[in-house]
Structures are given as structure tokens and as C-alpha cells.
Design a protein around this ligand. Structure first.
Ligand SMILES: C[S@@+](CC[C@H](N)C(=O)[O-])C[C@H]1O[C@@H](n2cnc3c(N)ncnc32)[C@H](O)[C@@H]1O
Length: 372
């Protein structure tokens, strides 16, 4: 992968935008992190997402899906970026118990290797529901009613990186120095300079040398993946912040976060192709995208409060039954998902609605839309 990227830098005249570098490092055919065969998720992988922590998570997401599917009378689910397939299997299993199965469960997945893994996982855990699952190369062509789900996908969209200078803003890209990757700045174009000016004002003003990033493709990408939803909701789960907190002056080195074997660090040039590279989500931008895409912003809250609203305590009772040891195990997992110092506050949930306005229970306990 390193050789391949060095060649790309050379072919581009010695400088590759960071957005392009991240795109290739994650998604280049065969070599990219998400194209290769590394385990990635869960204990034996590089990072643990909420569905990997506990099936309580999928059970709660299913409760929210059930409410929406009932309001629609019926519908389908489109999951984007399904990882190991755990969320799909847990959501389908819970909806089956709730007698609200979706007509189709589509998975839009960029990685062929992960598609195979998702199929295996669903076949192993919900074999009777596999026939409902269909993998897509692109969003469904025909319009549909239902729910779109994306858990930790937005943080994997490539971002542009910049350095704030009082006299001229720089776009940070990647150059090669003695066969190694090195940051290299170039004068930002006028579009980037305008965006950075607005982000700086939102964050409260930056000092010379402030470095951060933003996701230039977020609006176009969300437009593309939500276009065919006629009526229903899109649910986005990810780590991130409203813009004013994201771009605070003290966060002067951005939010890039790389994962390799459960170690998190901020250096995207290490173990390229073998480690995950992510950036936090600017939820104000995601709220702006909802309007651009023709949705109303139906809710914004923390993961902890989303799980409280969708009844995680009842799910624990339901799954554990009279098994006290199982209950204790689930209680530990619930703590990991909900506590502010764990995943409860850093991770957020956002809901968009199109063609419907009913309140959504996952967003009723704590409404944080005013912070966006
Ligand atoms: C960090 S993983 C999250 C996986 C899973 N949702 C979970 O929470 O465990 C990101 C997932 O999004 C997929 N992905 C990334 N960009 C995508 C895109 N543009 N379209 C579809 N899937 C994408 C990756 O292949 C991977 O399955």
C-alpha cells in the first residue's frame, strides 16, 4: 500500500490532497483498509463499534425502526456500511420477534470482503431471514418507504485537512520525503478558504497554525444515498459534535482518529492500509445536509439517551429472562454503551424524516437540536 500511495503522489506531481490520500488508504481496490481481509471489528480486530459491544444496541435500533415501520404501515430498511453484519442480524432478529419485519433489508456496502462476512454472519445467526437481505452496489433505483440506517459510516468518509494562517489558509496534503509520507501545505482555493472562514467564526476564532478538517463530500453523499427514500426516516449514528464545539480553538490539531488493534492515535501515515482512519462528524453539517436533501431534522441526541428512549432496560429484561448471570453481563454492556465516559456521550444519534412528522421515541428523552 505504501508503495502504491508513493506512486500516486509521484504521478500527481509530488502532492496528493489528504482527502484523496484517505480515500485510497481506506478504499483502493485490494489494498485499501476496507478492501483487504483484516478482521477490523470486535475484540480480535482494530476497533469496537456499538453493535459489536452488545446485541442490546441492535435491539434498541430495532425498536426505533419498528415505530417508524408501523407509522408507515410497512416498509424496507436500507443499511449503509454494515461492517461485520452484526447490526443487520440483531435488527432483523428483534424485528422478527416484534412481528414487524421489513419487506427488504438492503445493505449498501462498498467492500466486497465485508459483504461476504456480512452474509456469513447473518446466515449463521438468522438463517431464516437471509432471504430478505440483498446487497446493493448503489442506492436502490426505485423509490421506497422505510428506514435508512448508518452506524459509524460518516466518520469513514474522506475529509479535507487545512492549516489556518492569518495571511493565507493552506490545504494540507501528502508529499513524499525520503520514501516516507509527510504533510505539505498548498494555498487553499477560494471555496476552502470561504469554508474555513465560516468554521473559524463558528468555533470562536483560531490562532495561527490551527489544523482541522471537514468533509467536503458529506452533502452530496447523503443526497445520493437518501434520494430514493419516498417516505420514512434516516438514522445516523456516529461520534462527533455540533460545529461550535468541534471547531473550538483548543482542538487545534483536528479530530483524525486512527485505529489499529484497539490502539487509537492521530497519525494517518502509520501502517497505511492496515489501520482505520476516521474523523469526527460535524453534526451541524449533517443537520444542514438534512435540509439540502429535503428532510426535516427530527431529532439529535446522545447515544446514551437514544438507548434510554428506546427502552434498553426492557431489552435487558427481555433478552436475559430469569438468567441472572446473563443479566449482569448485559448490564455491563449497557454501561459501556451508555455511560458518558464510555460511548454514551461521545456518540450521537440524528434522525431525518421525509413525508412524516411523528415524534420518534429514541429522541424524546433529550432533544439536543438547539445545540446544532
Ligand atoms: C467503521 S465501519 C462501521 C461498520 C458497522 N456499521 C458497525 O457499526 O459496526 C464502516 C463501514 O462503512 C462501509 N463504507 C464506508 N464507506 C462507504 C460507502 N461510501 N458506501 C457504503 N459503505 C461504506 C465500510 O466498508 C464499513 O462496512
Amino acid at each position: 500500500m505504501r508503495e502504491y500511495l508513493l506512486k500516486q503522489i509521484n504521478a500527481a506531481g509530488g502532492w496528493l490532497s489528504f482527502e484523496r490520500f484517505m480515500d485510497l488508504a481506506l478504499y483502493a481496490p485490494i489494498l485499501g483498509y476496507y478492501s483487504g481481509g483484516a478482521q477490523k471489528f470486535g475484540r480480535g480486530g482494530d476497533f469496537t463499534t456499538a453493535p459489536e459491544v452488545s446485541s442490546l444496541y441492535g435491539a434498541c435500533v430495532a425498536v426505533q425502526c419498528q415505530e417508524i415501520l408501523r407509522q408507515l404501515n410497512a416498509g424496507s430498511i436500507l443499511e449503509i456500511g454494515a461492517g461485520s453484519g452484526r447490526l443487520a442480524a440483531d435488527v432483523l432478529g428483534s424485528l422478527d420477534s416484534l412481528r414487524t419485519l421489513p419487506r427488504h433489508y438492503w445493505i449498501l456496502e462498498i467492500s466486497a470482503e465485508l459483504r461476504d462476512r456480512q452474509r456469513e454472519h447473518i446466515e449463521r445467526h438468522q438463517p431464516h431471514l437471509l432471504e430478505r437481505v440483498q446487497w446493493l452496489d448503489r442506492p436502490p433505483e426505485e423509490s421506497f418507504d422505510g428506514v435508512i440506517l448508518a452506524n459509524e459510516v460518516l466518520d469513514a468518509l474522506p475529509v479535507a485537512r487545512f492549516r489556518w494562517r492569518a495571511d493565507a489558509i493552506e490545504e494540507l496534503g501528502v508529499a513524499a520525503e525520503d520514501g516516507r509520507f509527510a504533510w505539505a501545505g498548498r494555498a487553499a482555493n477560494s471555496a476552502m478558504a470561504r469554508i474555513c472562514g465560516a468554521l473559524s467564526r463558528a468555533g470562536g476564532g483560531w490562532e495561527d497554525g490551527y489544523v482541522s478538517e471537514y468533509c467536503p463530500r458529506l452533502i452530496a453523499w447523503t443526497q445520493a444515498v437518501t434520494r430514493s427514500l419516498r417516505k420514512g426516516a434516516a438514522l445516523w449514528f456516529d461520534y462527533g459534535l455540533p460545529r461550535a464545539q468541534y471547531y473550538l480553538p483548543e482542538r487545534h490539531d483536528g479530530t483524525l482518529l486512527c485505529h489499529f488493534r484497539h490502539r487509537a492515535h492521530g497519525d494517518p501515515f502509520l501502517m497505511v492500509g492496515l489501520q482505520d482512519i476516521t474523523a469526527w462528524v460535524d453534526f451541524t453539517l449533517l443537520a444542514e445536509a438534512s435540509r439540502e436533501c429535503g428532510f426535516n431534522l427530527a431529532g439529535f441526541t446522545t447515544q446514551g439517551y437514544f438507548l434510554a428512549g428506546t427502552g434498553i432496560d426492557q431489552q435487558m429484561q427481555l433478552i436475559a429472562g430469569n438468567d441472572a448471570r446473563q443479566f449482569a453481563r448485559l448490564a455491563n454492556q449497557a454501561r459501556q454503551l451508555m455511560l458518558p465516559g464510555e460511548m454514551g456521550e461521545r456518540f450521537k444519534a440524528m434522525a431525518w424524516q421525509r413525508g412524516m412528522h411523528e415524534p420518534l421515541r429514541g429522541f424524546e428523552v433529550l432533544d439536543l437540536r438547539h445545540t446544532l
